[in-house]
Design a protein around this ligand. Structure first.
Ligand code: ADP
Length: 681
């Protein structure tokens, strides 16, 4: 008989152990699923009375029959083996929990299994954490795949373990096919194999510096960020240069350390940068050339500047530029240019695009259209040529070329530079040609004007003598020296005398016009009020004789000024003469004079044909007459007002005209300074 006290102790000990477990523990009768023993973690909340395991943990009326999650009791009973299964159990509050069920057969007599012991470990939190970790990993993979940067994990031998989508796309192979390959093989570095001995290209090789980067990462377990790595990649030589930004970060795992290598392909960026730099240099060169070309004074100077600058920037020894007949040649016999131009004309080549010959012996076959240029080059040992047309508005007016005595590959930038210069020089050359043509015309005009002045002066001089003679004979006839004259003959002599006086008036004006510039004034004091009054009285007879009215308003307090009375009289006479000439009969002519500040103003106005506003300034130009058929009837030479202007300005004064427009009359003003410049004010 066992010691009941001893059994009790054992029993209590076992129950104590079971109660100490943090997880529910049951002993279940395999016959009817009833719970025969439960520890504290399980018993808490178990309703009193008989209860099955499925009632308690599954909240079900029948045992489990889910084939994916088999009932442990059935399994233990049928196999006699323990089992661990995952079940959803409900906790005391009725919440589902993921539970790891550890079930063991319990044999009390012999082999027969009477009970099943079951330990239920709540793994809900673990499962949640695992699911979260899985999600994180998937997200990370998605992020890596979305990154445009090449990323891969590498082991100590630099074999690729994992790679993102960018790597697969860069090398053009499915990423799984890359796993296990060395980095050099994956990227197709043409510097032989990426083994530990190195490729023999020394430290300048990008692959070597990548290898060192990864080795450092793994050994020192530190991240390394390297600026730039240039690799020569391709399926074989010569390969193509790629530039990457490289970074390597250690991934420390319990069993090993991997390097996460990221490579950002900055080759397009580098190329764009290089192109931008080239473009900048190009712009600067173009700007310098055009800036100095813009200062050229004539076409030969322009062509020389351009050729020197272009030869300098392309570094060639021979070149030529021509526009029309003008040409500048450097470093080569001039006949080669003439030969080119002649040949081009003979083939009637409409030249608009650049001619690019890198090697004359090779290219003339490929580009028969250039055969003329080629024929002209070979005799002069020229082997490479870059030529562009000089264009204005798409018309070729010349050419610009640079050439070498050896083959030369012309860059696209050089072609564009020369073409741009060809167009710009076309515009500049056209402008210079226009200016030189204008200068020629100007010289011719000046020459013609000089001749005209000389002729005018000579003719006027020559006219004076016969006029004086004519007048003398008229006097003689009128006095009756040549016999008595009838009344009609007297009249005829009157008419002749008037016309001779008109002729004389015009001849004198012409002579005055010729001499007035540079004239030294014969100044003397003129008491303006009295002087003007006397002039007015002399005119009154003529004006009123033509049935016109004459109003004179001269301020009596006008000062005395130093002036040339002959010339001043000429100016005032001209204005009154014009007022009468351009007025209808019966009109009123006004002569006014007053002091305004330190000037005396003389104004002559009429009620005649008036002057259009846009002609008011031009009527003072020499030989200028307002256009219009009607006006010719007034005759004249168009020099009276220009004389008035000269006279006013010689006196340090001004002249101007005002008119309300056609048929509204006109007023002419002369302003004379009271103190001439030579006088103290
Ligand atoms: P012209 O000998 O032709 O009169 P002027 O130099 O004296 O030469 O005058 C130049 C032109 O100015 C005239 O042809 C005329 O068209 C215009 N002109 C001058 N004076 C007057 C005026 N008082 N009224 C209208 N037009 C005038």
């Amino acid at each position: 008989m066992p010691d009941p006290r001893g059994l009790d102790v054992l029993n209590n000990l076992l129950l104590g152990v079971l109660d100490a477990l943090p997880y529910p523990f049951y002993v279940i009768d395999v016959e009817d699923y009833s719970i025969v023993l439960a520890n504290k973690a399980a018993a808490e909340g178990i309703p009193p009375g008989r209860m099955t395991c499925y009632q308690l943990t599954h909240r079900s009326d029948a045992p489990c029959d889910d084939p994916l999650h088999p009932c442990p009791l059935t399994y233990v009973r049928e196999t006699g083996e323990p089992i661990v299964v995952e079940h959803i159990h409900y906790d005391k509050e009725g919440n589902p929990r993921v539970t790891e069920v550890h079930a063991y057969p319990v044999r009390l007599k012999g082999d027969e299994i009477l009970f099943m012991a079951e330990l239920c470990v709540d793994i809900t939190a673990r499962r949640r954490a695992e699911a979260q970790a899985q999600r994180n990993q998937a997200e990370l993979a998605a992020v890596l795949d979305a990154a445009p940067v090449l990323m891969m994990t590498l082991d100590e031998e630099r074999r690729v373990r994992r790679a993102n989508r960018a790597v697969a796309e860069f090398v053009g192979a499915p990423r799984e096919s890359l796993y296990g390959q060395r980095l050099g093989e994956v990227l197709r570095c043409i510097h032989a194999s990426d083994d530990l001995r190195g490729c023999g290209f020394g430290p300048s090789c990008g692959m070597c510096s990548l290898r060192n980067l990864i080795a450092d990462t793994l050994q020192k377990r530190q991240p390394f960020y390297q600026r730039e790595v240039t690799l020569l990649l391709g399926d074989g030589p010569p390969g193509r240069n790629y530039t990457f930004w490289a970074a390597s970060v250690p991934l420390v795992r319990p069993t090993e350390t991997l390097a996460l290598l990221s490579l950002q392909d900055i080759t397009p960026l580098k190329r764009a940068l290089a192109r931008t730099k080239r473009l900048l240099t190009f712009q600067e060169t173009l700007h310098d050339i055009l800036a100095s070309a813009a200062h050229a004074e004539d076409l030969p100077a322009l062509l020389k500047i351009v050729l020197d600058a272009v030869m300098d920037s392309t570094g060639v020894k021979a070149g030529a530029v021509w526009v029309g007949q003008e040409k500048v040649v450097s470093g080569v016999d001039e006949t080669v240019v003439s030969a080119c131009i002649r040949a081009a004309k003979e083939t009637s080549l409409d030249w608009h695009k650049p001619i690019v010959i890198s090697d004359v012996f090779r290219d003339h076959l490929a580009q028969p259209v250039y055969s003329w240029a080629v024929q002209a080059m070979i005799p002069f040992n020229l082997q490479a040529l870059l030529g562009v047309p000089i264009l204005t508005d798409d018309t070729c007016i010349g050419g610009l070329w640079v050439a070498c005595f050896h083959p030369r590959q012309w860059s696209e930038d050089e072609t564009v530079l020369l073409s741009t210069i060809g167009r710009e020089v076309g515009t500049l050359a056209e402008r210079l040609m226009l200016i030189s043509r204008l200068q020629e015309v100007n010289t011719q005009l000046e020459e013609a004007l000089k001749i005209k002045d000389i002729v005018l002066q000579n003719v006027s001089h020559e006219l004076r003598t016969p006029l004086t003679l004519l007048k003398g004979y008229l006097d003689v006839m009128e006095e009756g020296v040549l016999g008595d004259l009838s009344a009609e003959q007297h009249n005829a002599i009157d008419v002749m005398r008037k016309n001779i006086e008109r002729l004389e008036f015009m001849v004198n004006r012409l002579l005055l016009m010729r001499t007035i510039r540079g004239e030294v004034l014969q100044r003397e004091p003129i008491a303006m009020a009295r002087w003007l009054q006397a002039v007015a009285e002399e005119w009154r007879h003529t004006i009123e004789g033509q049935d016109s009215h004459f109003v004179v308003e001269i301020s009596p307090n006008l000062p005395t000024i130093q002036a040339d009375p002959q010339l001043l009289r000429q100016a005032v006479d001209n204005l009154i003469h014009n007022a009468l000439k351009f007025s209808p009969q019966g009109g009123t002519i006004r002569l006014k004079a007053w002091q305004e500040g330190d000037e005396v103003i003389i104004a002559v106005s009429d009620e005649g044909i008036g002057i259009p506003a846009d002609e008011l300034d031009r009527i003072f130009d020499r030989f200028y007459q307002v256009e219009g058929g009607m006006r010719r009837r007034f005759g004249g030479l168009g020099i009276g007002l220009s004389l008035c202007k000269d006279i006013a300005e010689l006196h340090g004064g001004r002249i101007w005209a005002e008119s309300e427009g056609p048929n509204k009359g006109a007023t002419f003003y002369i302003a004379l300074p009271i103190h001439s410049k030579s006088e103290a004010p």
